[in-house]
Write a protein that binds this ligand. Sequence first.
Ligand SMILES: C[S@@+](CC[C@H](N)C(=O)[O-])C[C@H]1O[C@@H](n2cnc3c(N)ncnc32)[C@H](O)[C@@H]1O
Length: 163
Amino acid sequence: MAMGDHHSARMLKDEWLTPPEILGALGQFDLDPCAPVSRPWDTAERHYTMLDDGLKQDWRGRVWCNPPYGRDTERWLSRLADHGNGIALIFARTETKMFFSQVWPKAHGVLFVEGRLHFHHVDGTRAAANSGAPSVLVAYGCENADCLRKCGISGQFVALRKC
Ligand SMILES: C[S@@+](CC[C@H](N)C(=O)[O-])C[C@H]1O[C@@H](n2cnc3c(N)ncnc32)[C@H](O)[C@@H]1O
């Protein structure tokens, strides 16, 4: 894996689930376009999985997006930025092309999470090791930025545009 890739060397599979306490703090989502085929809990009202290919589907409402890792991550962020209503959870690789194309110029706010998250396995168990890299929540749309500002997740919120 090249240095500067968008994920951590510890995260060599796609099925790393968002800690439920993060989702719980962010409120209800209408759609998770990249969910596991078999999941221990719902992350939104509706889910697309790799069997549907979430990138090929229609996106509606407030979207939760913890995207698959690797080269395609930018395509998911770009889709969410175009959609304009949702929150993404990605690694805080603030220097990367993806950050400069999809986050800094397009997002309404970011919340840099304090410490390192422990993601969960598809059976619901919490990973023993932390993610090995810092995480950031990225809001598209003023209401989602406001949500990040007020959600209570420990970290630093930074507003990126006027709302
Ligand atoms: C990092 S996990 C996040 C899972 C879940 N969204 C969450 O927040 O807990 C990324 C998920 O994307 C799914 N995935 C990979 N390619 C996909 C595709 N083309 N369409 C929909 N889901 C996909 C994987 O199976 C995996 O469950």
